[in-house]
Design a protein around this ligand. Sequence first.
Ligand code: ZN
Length: 415
Amino acid sequence: MGTSVRPNGGRQPAAERGGALPALSPGQRAALRLIRHDAPLTRGALAQRIGLSASQVSRIIGDLRGLGLVTVEDRAAASGGRPSELLALARDGRFALGLDIAGGGLAGVAIDLHGEIVTRRASRLPGATARDPALAAMAAMVGALMTEVGATPERVLGVGVGLPAVVDPEAGVIVDWSETPGRSEIWAGFALRAALCERLPWARVDIDDCARMLALAEARSGQAVGTSDFLLVVADSGIGAATVIDGQPYRGANGLAGEIGHVSLSGEDALCACGKRGCLEAVASTTALLRQAATWQIDPEPTIASLIAAGDAGEARAAALLADAGARIGEVLATALNLLFPRLVVVGGALAESTVFLDALGAAAAERAHPSAAAMARVVPSALGMWGGALGAATVALDALFAPQPERRTAQWRG
Ligand SMILES: [Zn+2]
């Protein structure tokens, strides 16, 4: 696919912008960014860094405290003189919520202003073949997270949603969702952000590919902290990738980059939900592996957890299936390594829990990539487990607070 759909001509209706906070001035945003990165800061240091007078900074800090975004703590002066006041982000003044969809599951987290998870929940995502039950489940997850942290709509900065789909984050539209058979027919071209805003009219909503959401979480608090060039591969019911170059996600010409799951493999004929044959996703996704495992007639409804447990314990057929999936993904990954020479490859999704799978993926990538590209890239599993995608989605919602241009949906990762 790859066609960008912009039903609103790029302008967002007021309901899609969210109204939890009044519009912040550029000075307020600049102060928030500095406090976020360098807290604790004194007022004097902030005034110097931001280039404003002491009285202007006092007014800004007064406003930000009034909005519950900043706290001021006294620090006793060592010499016994006047204590200095230290500025920091208020930890639980506001919350951001993140949802992540994988297979038939929905994971949700609430994070505080420091970006740390306050609460998390998981539920089933119904409605592979109808939109309303899935939208209702997403809205219900938002409501449950808010209840758990005791947040009113005014205290929620926004809601981020990551999907195993081709997503246009600027338009808020699902371009294609072929990871589960039947989904694309009802979701392709659907304006998910607008639909969620109808159910959550007070919220700013951001949507994106779950691989980019997880990549952001790994960059902030996972395996990729301090690494400016890395690849993230999601191996779950969908197979996708996010590319981070010089600390920023690479989105491609139309914002949709990363569809390694739809590289067609020679010698494979399985029909993919995208309409092509032999796609990596049709061969090596959890859906494909479970379909295969079900034919063994050991367990009529095998789960990916039971398959991984069996494979990693040495059960021959399960191990071979997981190793083959890893090898096929590693084969495609080798091309990306030669093209980009990343320092790190982080593998997320349910299959990253399997040692057999990860070892086979790393070995195939190393065998097929140029030796110097293979030597450069460490292959590691995600550090964030099943909550990483939701954490990244919530971080997108949180980052909007600090962005110089809050209306821009594909905000920069570095303030
Ligand atoms: Zn495909």
